[in-house]
Design a protein around this ligand. Structure first.
Ligand code: ZN
Length: 159
């Protein structure tokens, strides 16, 4: 089989920007996603379409097809109690914040006693990203996975 909508894809990837490795699943568990449900950035999902188990490829993705362009003035004051990921905050750290659109990552700019000024741009916004991908497993999605819009099991969601 090859990757089409409603395929659960298990893959290893190494993400780099300008030659610097940012993260990698190599040596750990592969990541799993449900194809055709915008679980991963658009540029990577497009590159995955039609690939088969065992395929390896490299793709470089512009910000518009990745995490978007950086927006100036996207700083907001957020109560510390709404920020998840650490007990003590310092500038440059990444926090998770619950919003009406779901959880999002923000970058701490300045920390006060009760609030922090946070940059709402995604930490990878404005960056051209290169993914070295290795497809390790493909299978059709279960009915549950299709209904939830994401992959279950190793590398996916656990309920
Ligand atoms: Zn689920």
């Amino acid at each position: 089989m090859s990757i089409t909508n409603d395929t659960v894809v298990q893959f290893h990837y190494t993400l780099s920007e300008a030659g610097n490795e940012l993260e990698s699943t190599q040596g750990g568990e592969p990541m799993a996603y449900l194809h055709g449900h915008q679980n991963i950035i658009p540029g990577l999902e497009k590159a995955m379409a039609g690939k088969q188990e065992g395929d390896s490829f490299s793709v470089t993705i512009e910000p518009a097809e990745a995490y978007g362009e950086r927006k100036d003035g996207a700083t907001q004051r957020i109560p510390l109690k709404h920020m998840q990921g650490a007990k003590k905050w310092r500038p440059g750290m990444t926090a998770w914040v619950q919003t009406e659109q779901g959880q999002r990552q923000v970058t701490v700019v300045k920390v006060g006693k009760f609030n922090a000024d946070c940059d709402l741009n995604h930490p990878l916004a404005g960056k051209t990203l290169t993914f070295d991908v290795q497809i390790v497993g493909l299978r059709p999605a279960t009915e549950d996975e299709k209904a939830h819009g994401h992959a279950h099991g190793v590398g996916g969601h656990h309920h």
